[in-house]
Design a protein around this ligand. Sequence first.
Ligand SMILES: NC(=O)C1=CN([C@@H]2O[C@H](COP(=O)(O)OP(=O)(O)OC[C@H]3O[C@@H](n4cnc5c(N)ncnc54)[C@H](OP(=O)(O)O)[C@@H]3O)[C@@H](O)[C@H]2O)C=CC1
Ligand SMILES: O=C(O)C1=N[C@H](C(=O)O)C[C@H](O)C1
Length: 255
Amino acid sequence: MNVGVTGATGRMGRTVLDVLDDRNVAVAFAVSRSGPANGPADQSIESADGFGDLLAAHDVDVVVDFSAPAASVGYAEAAADAGVPIVVGTTGFADEEIQALESAGERTPVLVGANFARGVQALISAVETAVASLPKYDVELTETHHNGKRDAPSGTANVILDRIDAARGTEATRVHGREGEAPRSDDEIGVHARRAGDVTGEHEVLLAGNRETVSLSHRAGSRAVFAAGAVDAAAWLTEQEPNYYRFSDIADELT
Ligand SMILES: NC(=O)C1=CN([C@@H]2O[C@H](COP(=O)(O)OP(=O)(O)OC[C@H]3O[C@@H](n4cnc5c(N)ncnc54)[C@H](OP(=O)(O)O)[C@@H]3O)[C@@H](O)[C@H]2O)C=CC1
Ligand SMILES: O=C(O)C1=N[C@H](C(=O)O)C[C@H](O)C1
């Protein structure tokens, strides 16, 4: 497999390059907004301005992208033009940007995932079971990330909230933090985004009612967890037809 890597100077892009190196998977090219630069394992990182040309010039089986929303849309559209599959791990998309990714999926396989940790998929399943079993219990979600994270709440938090709504058959009001006089209503979920230090990524769902609490949580110990999941998904995607895929729908198919 020959992999093109975008966002290659970033926390995740560098980790993807490390995982590819560990697995002896070939890197076709690596780009970032501010390239050229030096990446891990002597990988040279080029300017993202030449992304379309690099796709045309190299034998690329799949692109792995962890960058920024507008950049990811541009990469997906260029990948679709070239007929190259793309895995998108970026979060913080606006609705119209998701639509653009879905459109790219009509022309090439596009796989998106807000969190490539397999444990997070298990967390989501456990949360779905708990909120369906305890429909009257209050739910609060807290996520904690490093101080460099741009989007809030996290992409994972938004996925968990969507899945809670689906499991309960309701559309809860999402209350982002509370301040002043802010009594809780029955139909709300409090959402709390903490940003501090170098925390890799933590998500906790708290259910409370009837004089008891249930707490379900996931903590990523390393970015390699996300990068490994994305590279596994990339290998899977090279075998697929053009479509828009979600990691949560295919994670169980990965070994
Ligand atoms: N799905 C998952 O499992 C995970 C998802 N993420 C998501 O991945 C994304 C990246 O995270 P992280 O690596 O921490 O971020 P960083 O800020 O560390 O890196 C971002 C990378 O994207 C590039 N970039 C930023 N803006 C642009 C732009 N406008 N055009 C082109 N390239 C751009 C940067 O290039 P330069 O350095 O040259 O500016 C850099 O290489 C985030 O959305 C984050 O939420 C993170 C972890 C796991
Ligand atoms: O930006 C990060 O670091 C992370 N982002 C993802 C998200 O927004 O859910 C996944 C992970 O929690 C790390």
